[in-house]
Design a protein around this ligand. Structure first.
Ligand code: SAH
Length: 508
């Protein structure tokens, strides 16, 4: 009989929405979790960090309609710890700031389940910060108070408006937009000056962030005028005056844009980082996975024989990665490659080669097969042409035949090394991610586009497709998707530039 292992539960704060505001410890735990139990306010996109096969349980609570009672959630956590070694309880913001994390911890303690807590960036401070409001300031806010604007029906934990009106400094209210006008009236009746600056920040730190700035007397109406609803953070105090001056986010070219990145999980990083640096909210939706080629034996043979070539031609960063992974499992020294010249389809592939310590001899600026051949022709004199040269072409299972055909036309002897294949991504929550809408969805290859459809996904309404280049654009066209944005140089930076350009044009 197997002994049942007692797992551990980690109460992890997911931060307010911006994925970059998750702690390192939190992300590490999510990556190794066997099970994640998450709330409505925990960003869905974080589930993409979980390993394959991780059980994901949505206990999402929206105001008023509890998907699961707190008691049920407590019991669920204890039960998960009995089935899994590592359970992450993912909660929006910080788990102990109005998150009922304390109750969950107590339930785990009572059941003898080991747990720990990973604090998160609370919306109470991040919300104001992303709207240009520092919660404290030497001149106008030397202390701050966080309170809830929500009173549980039938409970006697009524907000103590007297003490909140009397307290100095900044006041931050969570869970208070539904009764915003009433609460503001109550605070004034309790003695708070109606002229005190006040602001509400909805969906703070995400692309949907909206801010309304007014005074205690006018905030309720101002919020109603723009139909501001939950979730929102309300800030009251003189610090609110700093907002127009310190609103750093407004100045970022992609602020307010939600952009979906459909590359493989591993590759998404570079594109995501560039987009985030410009202020976009990036959601990674890996439509592709890199898997071994169907004929592993031929791949191994091609790698073993690679030192006998005059040229190595790489047509994708994945090819480089897979090739060298296999190469170093056979050879210990890079010099075994001999003096082969190296060609890369474009800057992305060349960059991957550089990481392996290899410079390229031939590389077109545009990552297209035809351009690579043209570049070979332009440089032919430098290396005496391709006649009788032995070329090893490292590529994906499905590749365009242009390279082989054109190299053979130039009398090269072409060997192929099929290093990997692409399979559809394995995520069950892709549709849910897209339901939240997006402004732009990026496709960096024809296969990313194809697999997007194969996963049964559709472009959200009013979402614009951005393509890496003509081949991807054509593939999208065949799927009935019109790419409104296309990178000029078929590189990641060029794609980002095209998106920024499009954003500036459409919002001016
Ligand atoms: N533990 C969370 C708060 C949970 S209570 C934290 O530390 O942030 C839920 C309330 O948090 C919401 O009603 C809203 O007032 C606030 N909130 C959470 N995320 C928010 C966001 N992205 N923007 C604005 N308010 C948010």
């Amino acid at each position: 009989m197997s002994v049942k292992r007692q797992g551990k539960v980690h109460l992890v704060g997911a931060g307010p929405g911006d994925l970059g505001l998750m702690t390192l410890r939190g992300r590490e735990l999510l990556e190794r979790a066997d099970c994640v139990v998450y709330d409505a306010l925990a960003p869905r996109a974080m589930l993409g960090w979980c390993k394959e096969g991780c059980e994901r349980i949505d206990v999402g609570k929206r105001a008023g309609q509890h998907a699961m009672s707190q008691q049920e959630i407590n019991e669920l956590l204890v039960e998960c710890a009995g089935r899994h070694e590592c359970t992450v309880r993912l909660k929006g913001g910080d788990p102990y700031v109005f998150g009922r994390g304390g109750e969950e911890a107590a339930a785990l303690q009572a059941a003898g389940v080991p747990f720990d807590v990973v604090p998160g960036v609370s919306s109470a401070i991040a919300g104001p910060a992303y709207a240009g409001i520092p919660v404290t300031h030497r001149d106008c806010g030397s202390q701050f108070t966080i309170f809830t604007g929500h009173t549980a029906p039938g409970k006697d934990n009524v907000i103590d408006l007297q003490s909140i009106a009397a307290v100095h400094g900044t006041r931050v209210m969570l869970m208070g937009v539904d009764r915003l006008a009433d609460t503001m009236d109550g605070l004034q009746r309790a003695g708070l000056d109606g002229e005190t600056p006040a602001a509400a920040v909805q969906w703070a730190t995400t692309a949907r962030q909206r801010t309304v700035q007014a005074t205690v007397a006018t905030l309720g109406q101002a919020a109603r005028d723009i139909a501001l609803s939950s979730p929102a953070v309300v800030v009251i105090g003189d610090v609110v005056r700093l907002a127009p001056l310190l609103d750093w986010r407004k100045r970022m070219p992609l602020a307010g844009k939600r952009i979906v990145v459909t590359r493989t999980r591993k590759q998404a990083g570079t594109l995501s980082k560039l987009l985030r640096d410009l202020g976009a909210e990036v959601v990674e939706l890996p439509t592709l996975r890199i898997v071994p080629p169907s004929d592993r034996q031929s791949f191994a043979k091609a790698v073993v024989n690679s030192p006998h070539h005059d040229w190595l031609v790489f047509t994708s960063p994945n090819g480089v990665e897979r090739f060298f992974e296999a190469f170093f499992s056979v050879y210990e020294d890079l010099r075994e490659l001999g003096g082969a010249r190296i060609a890369a389809l474009g800057p992305g592939t060349a960059e991957q080669l550089r990481k392996c310590g290899l410079m390229v001899d031939v590389m077109p600026q545009k990552a297209v097969a035809e351009e690579l051949i043209a570049e070979f022709d332009r440089k032919a004199e430098e290396f005496g042409g391709l006649e009788h040269s032995r070329v090893l072409w490292v590529h994906a299972q499905k590749a365009r035949e242009v390279i082989r055909r054109e190299l053979e036309k130039r009398k090269a002897i072409v060997d192929e090394c099929i290093a990997y294949d692409v399979a559809p991504g394995e995520i069950g929550y892709g549709a849910a991610l897209l339901e939240e809408g997006a402004d732009v969805i990026t496709f960096t290859s024809a296969s990313a586009a194809m697999h997007f459809r194969r996963m049964g996904l559709e472009l959200p309404k009013n979402c614009c497709a951005a393509s890496m280049g003509p081949v991807t654009t054509a593939a999208l066209g065949e799927l009935g998707i019109k790419a409104q944005i296309e990178a000029e140089l078929h590189t990641i930076p060029s794609l980002v530039e095209a998106i920024t350009h499009w954003t500036t044009r459409t919002s001016s």
